[in-house]
Design a protein around this ligand. Structure first.
Ligand SMILES: [Zn+2]
Ligand SMILES: [Zn+2]
Length: 438
C-alpha cells in the first residue's frame, strides 16, 4: 500500500532533507540531537523535534496500561461524602448520567467525552496505529494518527482533578468528605495518559511507516498536515496520500464563524443561572459571576479566583485573542509576529480550563442530588457555557498559525487576501537550522 511516488528521481546535487516548520513554514534542516534536548524553530519558537528515540513499543505499553486503569478509575467510587448521616459515593461517570437523566443530555455528553471518551479513544487509537502499521492499512493508519492529534486537546482529566478539589472545598460546609480508591485510579490514568500524549509523535509514526529520509526533493513548498512530510507542491502527499494544501482550508472564515457564535452565546452563559441549589425549600440560583461573588463572601478567595479565571477570564481572553490575531492577519500587520504567535500558544493551551465549572457542576450533582432537603441542578446558563467552551476550542483548532507569518517578508502588501496566494512567495532557499536545549 506504500506510495510508489516516493521513489522520485533525485539528482545527485539534491539538498539534504528539509522540513518546513509547522508553526511558520520556515525551511529547516534537522540535525541529530542528544537525548533530553529539543530543537525549536528560530523564528516562531515551536518545538520542532526532540532528541533521542523513545521506543514506539513503549507507547503501546502505556496505551495498554491506560486501558487497564479505566477499570479502577471509572467503576470504583473516587469520593464518598457523608450527608445527613448517609454515605454517598460518586464514580467518574455518575455525574454525567445524572446530568443526562435530568434532561441536560448534551452537557452530560460533553463532560463524558472530555473526562472519559477522549482518553479512552486515544489509548485505543495508539493500539490501532500499531496494528495498522503492522498490517500496512494506510487509511486506518492515517485516520487514527490524525484523530489522536485532535483528540488530545479534549482529554481533560487534569481539569477534572482540579474541579474535584474545587468541589470538595464547596462541599465541606455540607458534608464530611472521604477519598476512595477510584481517585488513585484517576490520578494514575491521568499521569500515564499525560506521558503517552507527551511521547506521541505523528511524525515518528509516519517515519516508521516510511522514513522521511527516503524522500528528498529539489524544493519544499508544502508541509503535509497529516504526516508532516515537507514536499513540493502537488495534489496528494507522496507519503500518506492525503490531499495537500498550504494552509488549513478556509481557516480565517471558519475561525470567525466560531468566534462570532461564541461571542453571542457568552451573553446568556453569563446572564442565565448556571446552577440551582435548593436547601430546606430555599432556591438559590447562581450565575457564573454571582457564584464567584458568593465564594468571596464565604471566605474562599482562592477558589473564587480559580473559578473567575477559568470561567470568565479564559473564554473572554480566548475570543478577544483570536479576534486580534485574525484582524492582524486581515489588515496585514507587519510587526509583532513573535508576540502574536505567543498569544496563539496561550489561547491554545488555556482553552480547556474553561470547562472546569461544568465539571464542578457535574461532581456537585452526583453528590447533592438528594431530593427535597438538598438538591443541586444545572441552570440553562450552563448549556450556553458548554456551547461557548466547545466553540472556542473549535475556533482555536481551525486557526492556522502559519497565516500569522505569511506577510513577514512582504515589501509591498498584496491585494489578494487568500492564504494560498500570499504563501507562494515562500521558498526553501532560506534554510536555517537551530537547536537549543529544553
Ligand atoms: Zn516556526
Ligand atoms: Zn502526508
Amino acid at each position: 500500500m506504500c506510495s510508489s511516488q516516493s521513489a522520485l528521481s533525485i539528482p545527485q546535487s539534491a539538498p539534504k532533507a528539509v522540513r518546513l516548520c509547522q508553526g511558520c513554514d520556515l525551511a529547516i534542516e534537522p540535525h541529530k540531537l542528544p537525548k533530553g534536548q529539543s530543537a525549536f524553530c528560530p523564528r516562531c519558537n515551536l518545538q520542532l523535534y526532540k532528541g533521542g528515540t523513545p521506543s514506539l513499543g513503549g507507547n503501546l505499553a502505556l496505551a495498554i496500561t491506560c486501558l487497564l486503569l479505566f477499570v479502577p478509575s471509572h467503576f470504583f467510587p473516587f469520593i464518598t461524602i457523608r450527608l445527613f448521616g448517609v454515605m454517598i459515593p460518586a464514580t467518574l461517570p455518575s455525574g454525567t448520567f445524572t446530568l443526562i437523566s435530568e434532561g441536560f443530555v448534551w452537557l452530560g455528553l460533553l463532560i463524558l467525552f472530555c473526562s472519559s471518551i477522549a482518553p479512552l479513544l486515544v489509548s485505543l487509537g495508539v493500539i490501532l496505529i500499531h496494528l495498522s502499521q503492522r498490517f500496512r492499512w494506510l487509511k486506518t493508519f492515517r485516520f487514527t494518527v490524525q484523530s489522536i492529534q485532535y483528540l488530545k486537546h479534549w482529554m481533560m482529566l487534569d481539569v477534572f482533578l482540579v474541579s474535584l478539589g474545587v468541589s470538595c472545598f464547596k462541599l465541606q460546609d455540607y458534608a464530611d468528605i472521604y477519598m476512595n480508591v477510584g481517585l488513585i485510579g484517576i490520578v494514575a490514568l491521568q499521569i500515564f495518559s499525560l506521558i503517552l500524549i507527551a511521547r506521541f509523535s505523528a511524525r515518528r509514526y509516519w517515519d516508521l511507516w516510511q522514513p522521511a529520509k527516503t524522500t528528498k526533493f529539489k524544493s519544499y513548498e508544502v508541509h503535509c498536515g497529516h504526516c508532516h512530510l515537507s514536499q513540493p507542491e502537488g495534489e496528494k502527499c507522496v507519503r500518506c496520500e492525503a490531499k495537500l494544501s498550504r494552509r488549513k482550508k478556509n481557516s480565517i472564515q471558519k475561525t470567525w464563524a466560531y468566534l462570532i457564535a461564541s461571542s453571542v452565546c457568552i451573553i446568556p452563559a453569563n446572564v442565565i443561572p448556571i446552577s440551582v441549589l435548593i436547601t430546606n425549600g430555599q432556591r438559590l440560583e447562581d450565575t457564573i459571576f454571582s457564584g464567584v461573588a458568593s465564594l468571596v463572601v464565604s471566605d474562599m478567595l482562592g477558589i473564587a479566583i480559580i473559578i473567575f479565571v477559568a470561567s470568565i477570564v479564559v473564554p473572554v481572553a480566548k475570543i478577544l485573542g483570536l479576534m486580534y490575531l485574525l484582524l492582524a492577519i486581515q489588515f496585514k500587520r507587519r510587526v509583532y509576529h513573535k508576540q502574536r504567535m505567543i498569544i496563539y500558544y496561550v489561547v491554545k493551551w488555556v482553552g480547556k480550563w474553561s470547562v472546569m465549572d461544568l465539571f464542578v457542576i457535574s461532581i456537585m450533582m452526583t453528590l447533592l442530588d438528594r431530593g427535597q432537603i438538598l438538591d443541586f441542578t444545572p441552570g440553562y446558563g450552563a448549556v450556553f457555557f458548554g456551547i461557548v467552551v466547545v466553540l472556542t476550542m473549535l475556533a482555536a483548532d481551525s486557526f492556522d498559525p502559519r497565516l500569522i507569518w505569511d506577510n513577514l517578508n512582504d515589501k509591498e502588501p498584496e491585494k489578494a487576501n487568500t492564504a494560498a496566494s500570499a504563501q507562494s512567495r515562500h521558498s526553501a532557499q532560506a534554510v536555517q537550522s537551530h537547536s537549543s536545549s529544553d
